[in-house]
Design a protein around this ligand. Sequence first.
Ligand code: FAD
Length: 490
Amino acid sequence: TEMIDKEVVIIGSGYGGSVAALRLCEKGIPVTLLEMGLNWEKSGEKFSPMINPGHSAAWLKTKTIAPFFNLFNLDKFTGTLDRLDFEHIKVWVGRGVGGGSLVNGGMAVTPKKEYFKEIFPNLDTEKFYSHYFPLANKELKTNVASEEFLKDCHFYKFNRVGEEEAHKAGFKTVRVPNVYDFNYMEKEYKEEVPRSALAGEVIYGNNHGKNSLDKTYLKKATATGKLEILDLHQVNHISQNPDKSYTIDISVINTKGEEIQHKIINAKKLILSAGTMGSIELLLKSSAKTQLPIDENVGKEWGNNGNFMTGRNWVKAFSGGTGFKQSTIPVGGIDHWEDKEHPFFVEIAPLPMGLNVATALYLMVNKLKKFGEVKYDLKAQKLDLNWDQSHTAHMKDNAKHFLRTMNNANGGTRSHILFHNGFGADVCYHPLGGIVLGKATDQFGRLNGHQNLYVIDGSLIPGTIGVNPFVTITAIAEYCMEEIIKKDFV
Ligand code: FAD
């Protein structure tokens, strides 16, 4: 076992961890970033498309783990996409340097001001909308596709059909910003550069075009010369020392997931950015194993951000369906959030399987009516999530209402090929909460009862934010790090 001393350690290289790394490094503070997944850029490995899954497709699995059509066998490898299976819900997460930004759809949505205020009554809403959100969007390189391009590009037929049908059904649609570089995509379309979004790449990583965190925050942080990124470093648990520093127990793994070295790092300050599920697990597990003191609110106020997947069949079947070739990057949404009876937001999602299955896929974001709670089962050595159909019943009602309205106006049926009965109540891409800002931490992410332990990631958001969450996670990380650096790093 190797023992090392460090000043500042961050666990996890997703949105929270990347913001923390950049802001600390900019101030000249040396940072060590531990990431259990692979540094893809350094490794020279390529990302694979959905229809031809390779090394990047799954975290140490022998079969693919997409939400549907898992017909592919795999070699066990430290891939980018992982799935945590609970009894009534499956939670997908990204692994690798860049975290969720490697596998996500890149939809960069700023939440509605009113809803943000409702979820975070103690934050300065005006400052968030005038400063932290614009800052997050600038650093993340959020951009919008040109209407000209979307109108003609045959890879966006699924979106045109989706919007047309939504309008016919009386719904309002909105254009959704993204971090995928649409200028690059236009060049892809003209075949001037290698194709990525137009070649079926997304949930197993993009080889080009997408401004994932390794191309934005982490790139800038690396350029300061102050950032050390240690990939394939899986943190097992942490403990607190009498001098209020932390000891981090780490398994260094190979790409087959086997431990090749055991490492102990002592850190004066520790930032947990392992993502909602990862940070909750580290705290609960460490509390059980090393008696790390944790606040009683850790694990509470967890939510799926109202995620609910659904689909329709025979969408414009006779006019050629939604298209054989589809861009993997969504650009359209249905905004039904203001409706009193059925408030929801719907992403018009692509189904880039290379088949014209005459199917439309939708990812709904609903409100949350009931929180879940996460616990740690020490005996089974895994997380336990208190979540069942009672949490998603109103989301299913919304999905029924949405599909009925769409089908009445346009024809079609619920998609039984995609989901059992057409409803994917168990699909969660947006796990949030469990270490809620101002509850388990102070107003800036300092874990209650600790001086040198911080949580900066999606777990700070109490279960729901009404839209895809990474812009909010980034903005909150910016806000927390500004204060923490000012007060705790003098
Ligand atoms: P993460 O990005 O999850 O990063 C946490 C990192 O910590 C990971 O790299 C993980 O490997 C690492 N880690 C965890 N545990 C340990 C440990 N013990 N030791 C070492 N490292 C560890 N959001 C949007 O806003 N728009 C979208 O279009 C969108 N699409 C999505 C599509 C998919 C398929 C998925 C899965 C998610 C999508 N999301 C989207 C959600 C978004 O990606 C997440 O909300 C976001 O990545 C969470 O950021 P984070 O900083 O909380 O943590």
